[in-house]
Design a protein around this ligand. Structure first.
Ligand code: ZN
Length: 130
């Protein structure tokens, strides 16, 4: 079995199983990101359009974290703390999601994932007007 054998929709969940989601596209565009939040989360993410990723259950358990420009929306389970997905600042019509949450996925399949250099996205605007 390898990464292309996962059947659609991909089924994802947080650790405690409260949050379940489905993705109607193959794992693709795998990446790590070195912005200040992703470098702390450390997971490899895949890409889905906002039409392709659906929360199936547990939406009430999802907490949203925002910072800096507050365009990106980082979602995590309020019960177990696992980051499941986020709406991207670079393209808010896209989600990045945590591939380690996908059922049947084996971490050993990923020998290496390229990283995108988003350090400049980590700059906090000093003169932010509320
Ligand atoms: Zn959970």
């Amino acid at each position: 079995m390898n990464i292309n054998d996962l059947t659609l929709p991909l089924k994802g969940s947080c650790h405690c199983g409260s949050v379940k989601f489905e993705v109607n596209s193959k794992l693709k565009d795998l990446r790590r990101c070195n912005c200040s939040i992703c470098s702390r989360k450390g997971f490899v993410m895949s890409t889905a359009s906002s039409d392709e990723l659906k929360i199936i259950s547990g939406e009430t358990y999802l907490n949203k974290y925002q910072w800096n420009t507050e365009i990106a929306e980082h979602y995590f389970c309020s019960k177990c703390g696992i980051n499941t997905h986020h709406k991207r600042r670079s393209d808010p019509k896209q989600y990045g999601y945590n591939i380690a949450c996908i059922e049947g996925f084996e971490m050993s399949w990923i020998k290496d994932a390229p990283y995108v250099d988003n350090t400049k996205m980590s700059v906090i605007k000093k003169n932010k007007v509320k």
